[in-house]
Design a protein around this ligand. Structure first.
Ligand SMILES: Nc1ncnc2c1ncn2[C@@H]1O[C@H](COP(=O)(O)OP(=O)(O)OP(=O)(O)O)[C@@H](O)[C@H]1O
Length: 304
């Protein structure tokens, strides 16, 4: 069963703003990065998945449940960490997370136990009786993460979880999200405008731009399949290109460079052989791994 399935999902706000346009995507379980520049429609998508807002067109299913029809069933299975917070400053993290556990339907004792456990998972166990108002930004983000975990969900939706954190805080938060996704066996959708961040911890990416789907794929498929060998000869580029193509290799020319898809081990030797056979002066031969960012056209999305 897919985690999330949408068909032609569309959301307009009023007559003028189209936040999502004809979005069709199928997302498998794992750690998924939902990336796009600010305003791309990520938060709108998450809110539709939670049944907080209704789409204006198309279909959506989460765990094969339609959130527009049965939002409570979806929310029982999903934990949500919103982008912005409205954390009460004068209660402790333990009280706050317990309270949200109670709202999720947990009995009092279970809510208290689950809250302690969730706060331990996010590294706030020792500090859990301190008032949230005295917490750092990083600690507040962790409280938000703990409340998303308290009812033991099967899926976490995290909206910009590294917002406001310094580089060390970001690294720690990403490591924590990765640990939750791998060790707890739950799926996580990490929403971010920073592609470089999610690329590090996600198995797959859904990229949206202007409310439309740009690309959805496993990260391994985006990078491995794009490994190329860059070949440069001081002379005879066209000749070499023709020879390599004749050998069945996929060659793209970029100025004086020939970019040869590295789809098999023998490719390297075959290039060297072709260069030697044509007696061409080899200037360079090196392997390049495309970064995921290079696969997207948008500068903002590619921001690291
Ligand atoms: N309640 C609303 N009423 C009108 N327009 C809205 C509303 N919410 C979002 N929008 C608009 O819809 C578009 C998509 O916004 P959305 O918040 O979903 O994007 P986002 O990718 O999450 O960006 P950000 O990270 O900046 O929140 C934007 O143009 C935004 O201004």
């Amino acid at each position: 069963m897919s985690l999330i399935d949408t068909q032609g999902l569309t959301k307009t706000y009023g007559a003028r703003v189209t936040a999502l346009q004809d979005l069709t995507v199928s997302v498998e379980p794992g750690i998924i990065g939902l990336v796009g520049a600010n305003g791309a429609g990520k938060s709108t998508f998450i809110k539709i998945l939670l049944g907080l807002i209704a789409p204006t067109g198309g279909q959506v299913r989460v765990f094969d449940i339609d959130p527009t029809v049965d939002p409570d069933r979806v929310r029982a299975k999903v934990g949500y960490m919103p982008e912005h917070d409205a954390l009460p400053p004068d209660v402790s993290a333990a009280e706050f997370v317990t309270h949200l556990g109670r709202i999720s339907g947990l009995p009092r004792t279970a809510a208290r136990e689950r809250a302690s456990e969730a706060l331990r998972h996010v590294g706030l166990y020792e500090e859990r009786y301190r008032q949230i108002g005295g917490y750092s930004t990083g600690m507040k983000q962790r409280v938000k993460l703990a409340q998303a975990l308290v009812h033991d969900p099967d899926l976490l939706l995290l909206d910009e979880p590294t917002n406001g954190l310094d580089p060390a805080g970001r690294d720690a938060m990403l490591a924590l999200i990765h640990r939750i996704g791998t060790e707890f066996g739950i799926s996580v959708v990490v929403c971010s405008h920073l592609l470089g961040e999610v690329e590090r911890i996600c198995d797959s990416l859904v990229a949206i731009e202007g409310g439309r789907l740009l690309r959805a794929d496993r990260i391994s498929a985006m990078t491995e399949a794009r490994d190329v060998l860059a070949v440069e000869v001081s002379d005879g580029t066209e000749e070499l290109s023709a020879a390599l193509t004749k050998l069945g290799l996929t060659v793209n020319q970029d100025g004086r460079l020939l970019l040869v898809e590295l789809d098999q081990e023998a490719t390297y030797d075959r290039i060297l052989q072709a260069v030697a056979d044509l007696d061409l002066p080899l200037h360079r031969l090196d392997q390049r791994r495309h970064r995921v960012a290079e696969l997207f056209s948008t500068r903002e999305t590619a921001d690291v």
